[in-house]
Design a protein around this ligand. Structure first.
Ligand code: UD1
Length: 384
């Protein structure tokens, strides 16, 4: 049996890593890793391969950035050639990025079964490109691996046959657990000049938050107020970096003058030494998680971070109007706050008074989702 595993963008890498590790254990399950090249900066891609010991991709399609149609179309054209040449028995895609939908479309038209990991999540907001990617990918998939009961319900409601749906847990959490001991021991927080439990983490990259001057301005306003109470660490996604320059918001931020990855360097300043929104380049997986584990709370519009904070028990304020991961609210530490500054500040104050939301991990988020996925695939392809 030969599978092609597809990755393209940052959140794909931590999802594929444990799946490949499990596939390696099954005799007769052969795989190729294809990187579409959707993300290409060292800190958006290569750093994750190194830290998570993901094997070098067999092929990189090097499509890079572009409009949705360009990016998706270019991936499709390049991936079709790969499928025709390799003739795989399965194409496995993860998550909801453009690489996911593009490769699922190509495979299904060539009659190659598609496995979708993280199927069934729905924000019910079709203005999010990811929502379109999720719906289409799920429609085309033969094996739909889900993280939670709600995802199963969404798929059943959309008419997906029950026997195609497998509730397996969350592969992103597999990666978190696999590295958690090391993550806790690291001292990225100290290197940046922070004190444990006395800072917040921020990530922002959703087009709905960062591409609109008014919305981004409102969020920054709220953040400036919050940063009077404790420093905010803000590893900046390239899309957000560009938006901040474009709208002239640079003055609201301070830059971190130490290398979060290297040894402390007295030549390069003292790091974070007061209130403010402190920016740095995107961090590696381990450094970022180390900062999350020791933070007071996290503010984000990412999907995966809502899940990780739930498992780590860190309060998460999601700066969006919808989430495709409601289980992190019903079970976990997540709160959905949109971009209303007053409400965000109110919740921050609660956290600072020690009244932050507590929660627990959803069922099956136990570090073994990949094991379940690969076991099911091995059975389906007659390998066990
Ligand atoms: C993509 C995913 C999103 C995911 C996010 C994580 C889609 C539709 N969106 O959004 O779901 O949460 O990745 O990061 O697939 N850029 C760089 N260097 C890079 C990659 C991108 O500078 O290595 C810049 C480019 O200017 C590019 C912009 O970031 O135009 C956006 O990149 P793109 O891949 O289109 O989407 P993301 O916003 O990263």
């Amino acid at each position: 049996m030969k599978a092609i595993n597809v990755v393209g963008a940052r959140p794909n890498f931590m999802k594929i890593s444990p799946i490949i590790r499990e596939m390696e254990k099954v005799p007769g399950m052969n795989w190729l890793l294809v990187h579409t090249g959707q993300h290409y900066d060292v800190e958006m891609s290569e750093a994750f391969f190194r830290q998570l010991a993901i094997p070098k991709p067999n092929l990189n399609l090097e499509v890079g950035s572009g409009s949705h149609a360009c990016q998706t179309g270019q991936i499709m054209m390049a991936f079709e050639k790969v499928c025709v040449q390799e003739n795989p028995d399965l194409v496995l895609v993860v998550g909801d990025v453009n690489s996911t939908i593009a490769c699922a479309l190509v495979a299904s038209k060539l009659h190659i079964p598609v496995a979708h990991v993280e199927a069934g999540l729905r924000s019910f907001d079709r203005k999010m490109p990811e929502e379109i990617n999720r719906i289409v990918t799920d429609t085309l998939s033969t094996y739909l691996f889900t993280t939670c009961e709600e995802a199963n319900e969404n798929l059943l409601r959309e008419g997906v046959a029950r026997e195609k749906i497998f509730l397996v847990g969350d592969v992103m959490i597999d990666t978190l657990y696999a590295h958690l001991e090391r993550i806790r021991r690291m001292e990225t927080w100290r290197r940046l000049g922070l004190r444990r439990g006395e800072y917040a983490i921020l990530t922002l990259h959703r087009p709905s938050n960062v591409d609109d001057r008014h919305v981004l301005g409102e969020i920054i306003n709220a953040l400036e107020k919050i940063s009077q109470h404790l420093p905010i660490v803000f590893p900046i996604h390239p899309r957000t970096q560009q938006a901040i320059h474009r709208f002239g918001f640079d003055r609201s931020f301070r830059s971190i003058d130490v290398n979060p990855l290297g040894a402390p360097d007295p030549q390069r300043g003292r790091g974070i030494d007061g209130p403010g929104i402190w920016c740095c380049d995107p961090l590696g997986y381990l450094e970022f998680q180390n900062l999350v584990v020791h933070s007071r709370f996290v503010m984000t519009d990412s999907g995966g971070i809502q899940e990780e904070t739930t498992v780590l028990g860190i309060p998460c304020l999601t700066l969006r109007d919808t989430t495709e991961r409601p289980v992190t609210i019903t079970h976990g530490t997540n709160l959905l706050l949109g971009h209303d500054g007053r409400q965000i500040l109110e919740e921050v104050m609660k956290i600072l008074r020690g009244e932050g939301k507590r929660g627990q991990s959803p069922p099956l988020w136990d570090g073994r989702a990949s094991e379940r996925i690969v076991h099911i695939l091995a059975r389906e392809f007659g390998l066990n």
